[in-house]
Design a protein around this ligand. Sequence first.
Ligand code: SF4
Ligand code: SF4
Length: 234
Amino acid sequence: MQKIPFSLKSPLDDIRCLYADFDAPITGLDCGGQCAAHNPNGKPFCCDICHAVPAVYRQEWEYLEKSTDLWHAWRGDECETSPKNEYDQLSDETPQGMLLLACLGPVKCQRQYRGLSCRQFPFFPYITADFRFIGLACEWEFENTCWVISNLGAVTETYRQQFVASHDRLFSFSQDAFDSYQLYSERLRERCISLRRRIPLLHRNGGYYQLSPRSERMARVSAENLPRFGSYKG
Ligand code: SF4
Ligand code: SF4
């Protein structure tokens, strides 16, 4: 069982501790090697600035800026093929208290200085309509590109426990973080209602579920029966 750290400090006021307690690899193999083969840029999709722009909490940036040369404030010109209006659009969508960064890329990654968003990816904390954080849901924009989303059975129990424990602590100190994921979960429900699909969920109890986006009723399933997407369907 993963130990749950005890600290009276908000995780955002002790980023080093937050990172140390959420450091387990997602799977037992290098999932970047699985997905990079499908990216024409040759990089893992979540580490390719042309596909994902990491957002960090302001407190993370204060810590990272003085600790490492890995990151800089995102300028919007790091990817040659980005649309012209991307900078304004993503800046507008970034929640208050967060900012967008770019890193030196996967070859020069410094694992201990990955942001919370790197550690979470490809998941976010799923909050029910009645305000319960029940598990991990997938970043739907990356369904067709992220290998992990099509192989949820490969996610280790240690990673899942660290994800849950870190977000329990974060939410106990930050109502804003909880509210923003509540809204994000609502967006996922709306999307799945319109697509007539259920929501795959890694429950905090260790099980795999398919959740109805309308009623939020859950059916327990085996990992092998969860959907696969894009090139990983076969
Ligand atoms: S989390 Fe997904 S996108 Fe990121 S490296 Fe792993 S498989 Fe690729
Ligand atoms: S810091 Fe590392 S894990 Fe995070 S986006 Fe950059 S290369 Fe990927």
